[in-house]
Design a protein around this ligand. Structure first.
Ligand SMILES: Cc1cc2nc3c(=O)[nH]c(=O)nc-3n(C[C@H](O)[C@H](O)[C@H](O)COP(=O)(O)OP(=O)(O)OC[C@H]3O[C@@H](n4cnc5c(N)ncnc54)[C@H](O)[C@@H]3O)c2cc1C
Length: 384
């Protein structure tokens, strides 16, 4: 059987592992961290991703763990006027899958359970690799080596494998900053825990809340702009008072949500981007997820597109007895779709945070619906 190594145990790597197991393979996953983990935050899974996860057996897990928002409401950040009410309840009928939101740690738990831990090698940070016609040699920071027939690089935005395969520029600060916190649901008013995604919009910044784990927690994400990123780390603890200053004069809802953030519970992330890649495969090695196509989070498509990649990759291996042909089929099927999502997501901030929020009321933006993003089904899209 083809020996497949997956490097990186985030949402993309684990989904790929489950999809390959479903296709009859027995991949081994190497993760740099000593244990699986995710940032303390929520995540949206749009119908395109949910259809993929359902196809690899995660339906019951998602139905019992995730929240399904019925509406996405866009408000003017200063006046509180409603700018748009997007019905998300219709997604099941319209796109063949629901729009879901959940705690990232819960999603990771479900993926780890489905993949199993017997083929997970933790605290294995890849340092280098080389390949010849027969196999790939993997070299780890702990001075050990392993071999595999095929390697899938799912090692994130700052991918070592991308750097080894392709000579592309380093990630660049995008000018966008994300602030994230989880707030106990009972510290906020009823609107924050309704089955709604609440988005307050203003010039150059916006603030989103939605409940996760039923109504127990509320995920808060604020997206703002900055001229540069001077923190040593690309994510750092931040003070709620600082965020309150950035959103001074916004609605009571926004002010109260920020006031409810625990002193130690707010993190600030500099968002970095990389130029699109036309090629993701070299010989026996392929990129997947953020390693191949990192994007700004304005459409919630980063993890969703990594899930799409993983599902399609599994199907390509099921359809080809030659693994090199499977990788070519994967690249053909995915590069254009991911480049489209990457480009539209990166433009999404300028559309959403328009100088005049009324533009969003008067000219419905090019959002995920208008762009047809949710129609895609990685479990049935044609492969050639
Ligand atoms: C503020 C914000 C909000 C977001 N919201 C959403 C959302 O709502 N919906 C959505 O779909 N997406 C969202 N995203 C994007 C999403 O989080 C990412 O696109 C997604 O997590 C990428 O998954 P990945 O598995 O490709 O990479 P990662 O999650 O980065 O995982 C990479 C893994 O590889 C490991 N690794 C790295 N280097 C090595 C190495 N050398 N050797 C071994 N292991 C290694 C890492 O430890 C990590 O576990 C958001 C992003 C941000 C910043």
């Amino acid at each position: 059987m083809t020996r497949i190594a997956i490097i990186g145990g985030g949402i993309g790597g684990l989904t790929t592992g489950i999809a390959l197991k479903k296709a009859g393979f027995d991949p081994v996953l190497y993760e740099r961290a000593p244990q699986f983990g995710e940032v303390g935050a929520g995540i949206s899974l749009s119908p395109n991703a949910v259809k993929g996860l359902v196809s690899i057996g995660l339906n019951d897990f998602l139905e019992s763990t995730a929240n399904e928002p019925l509406h996405q409401l866009l408000f003017h950040g200063l006046t509180g006027e409603i700018l748009q009410d997007i019905n998300r309840e219709k997604c099941r009928d319209q796109y063949g899958g629901p729009y879901l939101q959940m705690h990232r740690a819960d999603l990771m738990d479900g993926l780890v359970d489905a993949f199993g831990t017997s083929n997970c090698r933790m605290a294995k940070a890849l340092r280098g690799l080389s390949q010849d016609e027969a196999q790939v040699e993997l070299r780890f920071e702990d001075d050990t080596t392993e071999t595999a027939d095929i390697v899938i690089g799912v090692d994130g935005l700052r991918s070592v494998i991308r750097d080894i395969l392709f000579d592309t520029p380093e990630p660049e600060f995008s000018g966008h900053v994300a602030w994230r916190a989880l707030i106990p649901g009972d510290k906020l008013g009823p609107r924050a825990t309704e089955r709604t995604n609440v988005n307050h919009i203003g010039a150059g910044q916006n603030l989103v809340t939605y409940p996760v784990r039923g109504t127990k927690l509320v995920n808060l994400v604020a997206l703002t702009r900055a001229d540069g990123w001077v923190e040593e780390s690309w994510n750092a603890k931040a003070s709620p008072a600082e965020l309150a200053t950035v959103f001074a004069g916004w609605t009571d809802y926004v002010t109260e949500a920020i006031a409810a953030i625990g002193e130690d519970d707010l993190y600030r992330w500099g968002l970095f981007i990389r130029s699109p890649l036309k090629q993701w495969v070299k010989g026996r090695v392929a990129l997947l997820g953020d390693a191949a196509h990192p994007m700004l989070p304005y459409m919630g498509q980063g993890a969703s597109s990594a899930i799409e990649d993983g599902i399609v990759l599994g199907r390509c291996f099921a359809a080809n007895s030659d693994p090199i042909e499977a990788l070519k089929m994967y690249e053909n099927a995915r590069v254009e779709r991911a480049a489209f999502l990457q480009a539209e997501s990166n433009l999404g901030g300028d559309r959403l945070q328009a100088m005049d929020p009324y533009v969003l009321r008067d000219n419905p933006p090019k959002n995920e619906d208008a762009l047809g993003i949710f129609k895609y089904d990685p479990a049935s899209v044609e492969l050639a």
